[in-house]
Design a binder for this molecule. Structure first.
Ligand code: PEP
Ligand code: MN
Length: 339
């Protein structure tokens, strides 16, 4: 349930209510809005009488949260969450649309540095690149590991772009925390609950990708795992789901953007590269994603897609990416955003 405090409620009153709930075994989470504080209390409702709470000084209203996800819900927090990435970048609410671009995999020091320079020049806000790769075949390129993270960090230093990279194994969390700015949890790990809990215990922003077989509710439940451990810095990512359509690699479910915006306060980014699997569809779907309210895009860019170690067929060349960025600016403007 959520306890909505009066606009003028004092700190003592807020603490009093929170302590009372804690004593009854509730987990307490605060949402401090501009006007009023909301206390989220998660636990067994029968442990306390609602009427006894309602009369406490400073309490305005008690509202049950009917959804299975609580902390990620709009009911718990009305205002859009803004996630800070690195020192300068913010995503969510009315912040500029955040374009995260780079190769599927970090392949070499030269490759990632060149691509980082290219995407920076075109106006990308952050750099992506996988150092630990989830591949369907164990014989495919598995990523450069920690060496790849070091190359990413170097490219980040040289361009000023913060870095997004995937974590697959909790044992790799430490180097990722050291070298990256955002932890990506990939589609295949959306229900790896121990991994979600692990990233919930750190402060670093998490980009959580929808699984190819996940419903929107399952995506939100996975986000709930992270928030319930204390990490509020979660960005959700629509990257396509598996349907009976085989022309594209996945079916990019852009419905998810306005649906998530309605159900949750968390920022949403769209990945048209994995969503389509085809580079020549990326432009149209990026434009559509911005038009329907996405807070950001995750786009694969490669300087030699034909030689890429992974996902070359869905990667844009730097010049195509640059043209796309120009087009996105006017679409962003048309929907009251900037890029
Ligand atoms: C990726 O971003 O390169 C990736 C593996 O994405 P997903 O987890 O969405 O398949
Ligand atoms: Mn990829």
């Amino acid at each position: 349930m959520i306890i909505i405090m009066n606009p003028g409620a004092s700190e003592e009153q807020i603490t009093f209510v929170a302590e009372k709930l804690k004593k009854r075994g509730f987990g307490i989470h605060f949402s401090r809005g501009v006007e009023r504080t909301v206390i989220g209390a998660i636990g067994d409702k029968s442990a306390i009488e609602i009427e006894a709470l309602e009369v406490l000084p400073g309490v305005s209203e008690i509202v049950p949260i009917r959804k299975p996800y609580k902390l990620v819900s709009r009911e718990f927090k009305k205002e859009d969450t803004v996630v800070k990435i690195g020192k300068k970048l913010s995503i969510g609410a009315k912040n500029p649309i955040c374009v995260i671009a780079g190769p599927c995999s970090v392949e070499s020091r030269k490759q990632i540095n060149e691509i980082a320079q290219d995407v920076k020049k075109s106006g990308a806000a952050a750099l992506r690149g996988g150092a630990f790769k989830p591949r369907t075949s164990p014989y495919s390129f598995q990523g450069l590991g920690v060496e790849g993270l070091k190359y990413l960090a170097e490219a980040s230093r040289k361009t000023g772009l913060p870095v997004v990279t995937e974590l697959m194994d909790p044992r790799e969390l430490k180097p990722i925390l050291k070298y990256a700015d955002v932890i990506q949890i990939g589609a295949r790990n959306i229900q790896n609950f121990p991994l979600l809990k692990e990233v919930g215990r750190v402060k670093k922003p998490v980009l959580l990708k929808r699984g190819s077989g996940s419903t929107i509710e399952e995506l939100l439940m996975s986000a709930e795992y992270i928030l319930s451990e204390g990490n509020r810095n979660v960005i959700l990512c629509e990257r396509g789901i598996r349907t009976y359509e085989t022309y594209t690699r996945n079916t990019l479910d852009l419905n998810a953007v306005p649906v998530i915006k309605k159900l949750s306060h968390l920022p949403v980014v769209v990945d048209p590269s994995h969503g389509t699997g085809k580079w020549d569809l990326v432009e149209a779907m990026s434009a559509a994603a911005v038009a329907c309210g996405a807070d950001g895009l995750l786009i694969e860019v490669h300087n030699h897609p034909e030689e890429a170690f992974s996902d070359g067929s869905q990667s844009l060349r730097p010049d195509t990416f640059s043209n796309l960025m120009v087009r996105l600016k006017s679409i962003a403007q048309a929907v009251g955003r900037s890029l």
